[in-house]
Design a protein around this ligand. Structure first.
Ligand code: NAP
Ligand code: G4F
Length: 343
């Protein structure tokens, strides 16, 4: 019989790629979506799986709702991807962020414990747990030092998952995933903001791209590669926590420079701090500016992951390089903007 998986956060980037992967593996996929007035399943549509996923309303804020869904659909595996996932907004909405990202995880775990503790559980943990990182690179043993309400809320999610594993012998695991991007990334995150913005500048629909801290460094991977790792964690013999990363870090500045190059701009920089500007040498136009609006009250300066454990124990390694990732995202946004312009 086909395995059945429940994915919370089905409308997000990872929800879509994971659903596609599981469908390809023969799973029946139940997609948990919180209701919203203008629900649009564009990511599922983009991957051609909108009709293959069975959609159910599930909101991590409501225990009874989660209980009914899990009791009714009896999944073999639950992937908890739902979250208020934007770090910047967590400074504006710290309580909502914690309700969803901290207590929300506990609600799902508690339902599983009550309905059927044999259900396998995946928690979407994050490299934001390392925050002001205590060592470079970061692995499963590196101490945590979160730097945002988002990071702090995810710390609770991480520990409650471990606690349910240890206390009730549940198969509950944390994937500590470093940043992973794709053409399905939300426009608020810096990589997609850059590729979408540059594509629009190229086609004359936008004047400039306004960014925050160009010096922040991230270990950026490709989301579909990372969903393979997520699935592998629930197929392991024993439940355990794993770091998922590429082992290479790049700055926001490098991301802009590479994307601009793919886009056909010749970018150079002038000025410093908030006055710094990115100029296209071909036209002399300013295409990148800096604004304090996009700086965070507390920043995570540098993340670099060591994914040795998952490579050695589960045989996972990333397939997509940083330059390939930038190219995939930039070319897809150029295509999208070109067709938006034709429409
Ligand atoms: P995403 O695109 O923001 O997707 C998150 C999804 O969660 C959205 O579809 C959102 O629904 C849903 N959601 C928000 N609040 C909810 C609630 N109260 N109840 C039910 N659903 C709710 O994020 P992602 O990039 O796919 O990331 C997936 C997970 O991995 C998140 O938990 C994130 O924190 C974590 N993570 C991501 C990365 C990364 O680099 N992408 C790295 C490490 C960890 P709407 O569509 O209605 O807004
Ligand atoms: O793209 P970001 O918003 O991602 P961030 O904060 O690293 O969080 C993402 O990755 C985490 C894993 O480490 C996930 F847990 C989380 O859910 C999310 O998916 O920002 C990346 C960096 C930051 O240092 C930020 O200050 O880019 C810097 N940045 C510079 N200018 C900007 C901008 N970030 C955004 N969003 N917008 C800017 O204009």
């Amino acid at each position: 019989m086909a395995k059945r998986a429940l994915i919370t956060g089905i409308r997000g980037q990872d929800g879509a790629y994971l659903a596609k992967l599981l469908l390809e593996k023969g799973y029946e996929v139940i997609g948990g979506d919180r209701r919203s007035a203008d629900a649009d399943y564009w990511r599922l549509r983009y991957l051609g799986i909108e009709k293959e996923v069975r959609l159910v309303y599930i909101d991590l804020l409501e225990f009874n709702n989660i209980y009914r869904v899990i009791e009714k659909y009896k999944p073999d595996e639950v992937y908890n991807l739902a979250a208020q996932s934007f770090v910047q907004v967590s400074f504006e909405q710290p309580i909502l962020t914690s309700e969803v990202n901290a207590l929300g995880v506990l609600r799902v775990l508690e339902v599983i414990r009550q309905v059927n503790p044999g259900i396998k559980f995946y928690q979407a943990s994050t490299s934001e747990l390392f925050g002001k990182a205590k060592e470079i690179p970061q692995n499963e043993e590196t101490p945590f030092y979160p730097r945002s309400p988002y990071g702090v809320s995810k710390l609770f999610g991480y520990w409650i998952t471990r606690n349910y594993r240890e206390a009730y012998e549940m198969f509950a695991v944390n994937g500590i995933l470093f940043n992973h991007e794709s053409p399905l990334r939300g426009l608020e995150f810096v990589t997609r903001k850059i590729t979408w913005g540059l594509a629009r500048i190229k086609y004359g629909l936008q004047d400039k791209l306004v960014l925050g801290n160009l010096e922040a460094k991230r270990d950026w991977g490709y989301a579909p590669d990372y969903m393979e790792a997520v699935w592998l964690m629930l197929q392991a013999e024993e439940p355990d926590d794993y770091v998922v990363a590429t082992g290479e870090a790049h700055s926001v500045r490098e991301f802009v420079e590479q994307a601009a190059q793919v886009c056909g701009f010749k970018l150079y920089w002038e000025g410093e701090g908030l006055e710094e500007k990115g100029i296209d040498a071909k036209t002399g136009k300013v295409i990148v500016e800096i604004s304090s609006e996009y700086f965070r009250p507390a920043e995570v300066d540098f993340l670099l992951g060591d994914a040795r454990k998952i490579r050695e124990k589960l045989g996972w390694k990333p397939k997509t390089s940083f330059s390939k990732l930038v190219e995939i995202m930039m070319e897809e946004d150029l295509k999208r903007v070109a067709s938006e312009r034709r429409a």
